[in-house]
Structures are given as structure tokens and as C-alpha cells.
Write a protein that binds this ligand. Sequence first.
Ligand SMILES: *[C@@H]1O[C@H](CO)[C@@H](O)[C@H](O)[C@H]1NC(C)=O
Ligand SMILES: *[C@@H]1O[C@H](CO)[C@@H](O)[C@H](O)[C@H]1NC(C)=O
Ligand SMILES: *[C@@H]1O[C@H](CO)[C@@H](O)[C@H](O)[C@H]1NC(C)=O
Length: 344
Amino acid sequence: MGASWWWAVVWVVVVGGAAAMSVIEKEEGQELREKRDGEDVEVESESDRQKRLFLIFAQVQPLQCTTNSTVYKTGTCFTSKNCKSQGGLASGSCASGLGVCCIISRTCNGDTSLNNTYFTEPDLTSNTLDGCTLTVNRVNDNICQIRLDFHLLDLSQPDSNGRCVYDVFSVSGGMPHLPKVCGTVTGQHMYYDLDPQGGAVKITVDRSVVASLTTAWNIQVAQIACDSEYRAPVGCLQYYTEHSNIISSFNFDGAATDTDTRQLADMDYGVCIRRADNYCSVAWVAYALAGQYSFSMTENAAVVDSSLIASARPFALYVKTDSNETMDKGNRGFSLTYRQLPCF
Ligand SMILES: *[C@@H]1O[C@H](CO)[C@@H](O)[C@H](O)[C@H]1NC(C)=O
Ligand SMILES: *[C@@H]1O[C@H](CO)[C@@H](O)[C@H](O)[C@H]1NC(C)=O
Ligand SMILES: *[C@@H]1O[C@H](CO)[C@@H](O)[C@H](O)[C@H]1NC(C)=O
């Protein structure tokens, strides 16, 4: 954070031109006057200058910062005044104390043009069984994707065919085919491709089950530039960059006591893994801690041609389900661990 801030200051000085350059070479605490064209004029102190540059800079290119909250961890570095006017909450400082790390959160009927907005449940007094929508406007014209992080979202279970007919989470406004999910979504993430010239994205939590009215949620919406190294490849709803991790289907639960379907219907998406340098293949193992039902889908995994799950690239797992669980109600979905293996 410190490094990019100083780089930014230099940049603003250059853009700001000669006027800004004329006040350099003042040291902290030095007499704040100088001779200009023979006249004795007041000049700003070094710390005032930094503040002023920060004010300009914070409006041109907001930077991410780490808040002091454990729930809303990513903030934007603003002046405390700007944080208030954006409807944000100051949580810790940034830019060497010149700014505050500002948490931006929005609820039903809210809209945002800021990166890392947290979409949260409405307060109980204004809660109704209805779609609760957040409108997300791009922070600039170079946004190709959004990443949704479901820090918390637990909706009601699907019907016996795995269809989300009671409560449902959905997104619209970008490319089609984002799956509609319900049940336990906490801990999952999704990438959503956008048309950089397109309109706003609508993110909706729709509840029809009364018990869901008291449900809290926390969904972080990050905007990803078209040329960002964090952009997920085409076709990847989920994208993992670690050497190893656990990948579960939406609403997975391996509990043996649960005999209703947890597998969601009509899924059709890719889960991709970024290949690490000098790693050539991926080992997949059913996640042992997820119990005996860590892979319970309609077809037996053994029928998959083993040549398909060798070292195919890009490393990806494709998930496809239909909407018919007749005679097959106990499907839990899957929970698998992957581990990248070095090249030999
Ligand atoms: C977090 O930041 C806010 C505002 O900057 C401050 O008032 C609060 O005391 C901080 N909390 C902790 C736990 O540091
Ligand atoms: C938005 O924030 C994320 C971090 O959460 C960062 O990786 C990304 O580059 C930011 N997007 C823009 C357009 O600044
Ligand atoms: C659902 O699957 C059952 C058993 O495989 C089959 O008999 C039934 O026709 C299917 N229903 C639909 C609507 O596809």
C-alpha cells in the first residue's frame, strides 16, 4: 500500500504541472512563506501539500486498503469526508494516516459505483418477502468481470428435484448462464463476465420462505479490469489459484442424516485452476472430512474415462446437472480436494 501511494503522488505532481512543482523544497516545520516574483507569499506546508495531493488522488483512482473489520476486510482509501459522503464507514486508516479505510456496504434497492461493495441483508424493520436487489455500476469502462465472494449466504433448500423454487440468488446484466443457487452458498465464489460497454449488473436475493427473512448475508462484489491478472479465463464460474484447495458444489453437505437432495438442478459451469509454474497435472481426491457422501451425484464417478482426468489443460472441472431427481433424492453433490503436481 505504502509503495503505490508514493508512486501515485509522483504521478499527480507530474499531471498537476508546474504549479505544484513550484512549492517543492520546503522542509517540514520550515517557515511557510517564500518569495515569489519578489512578493512574500504564504505557501503550504509539506503535510498540507500531501493532504491536498491525496484529496486529488483519492478522487482519480481509489485504492484498496485493509480495514480493521474481520467481516468487511477490504475497504477503499478515502478522506474521512468522502467516506461519509459515499455512505461508507471508516475502519482504520490508510495512506500514512491521510485517509480512512472506508467500508462500503449496501442493501436492498442500493446501488454502487465502487469496488469491493458488500451486499448485506436489510434491517429487520424494512424486511419483506421480495427480491432484494443491488445495482452494480462499473467503476470505469475497463471492467470485464465481477467476482462475488459469498462470505455468508444461507437460503432455504431447493425442491426435491434440486430446483431453487423457494429462495434463489441470481445475477443479471452481464453474459447469460450464471447458475441460480440456493441453500448453503457460504464460502463459495463466482466470476461473472461483463460486456465492458454494457449496462449495470443486478444482484438479487429473492426469498419466499418466511424463515429466510431473518437470514443475514454478506456478499462482496469486486470489479476486475479487462487486463487484470486476476481475471478468470472464459468459461470459469469459479477460479482457484492455490496449489491445493477444496472445491465443493453449491449447497454441498455430506451429512448422512440428510436424505433430501442437496445437489442443485440445472448447473452447467466450469471450475478452473490456475496452473502454477512447473506444475503439470492435478490430483483430485474426494474430500475425506466431508464424509462418505463427498461424491454423490447421479452417475458413478468410476464411469468417467480416466484419460479425461489425467493432465488435461487448462485444469478444469465441468459441472453439469439436470433437473430430474426422480428415484435419486439423496444426492449431496461433491466435495473434492485438488493438488497440483510438479512436472517430472
Ligand atoms: C477501527 O477503525 C475505526 C475508525 O477508524 C475506529 O474508530 C475503531 O476504534 C477501530 N477499531 C479497532 C478494533 O481498531
Ligand atoms: C477491485 O478490488 C480488487 C481487490 O478486492 C482488486 O484486485 C481489483 O484490481 C480492484 N479493481 C479495480 C478496477 O481497481
Ligand atoms: C425423470 O427420471 C425418471 C427416472 O429416470 C423418468 O422416468 C422420468 O420420465 C423423468 N422425468 C422427466 C420430466 O424427464
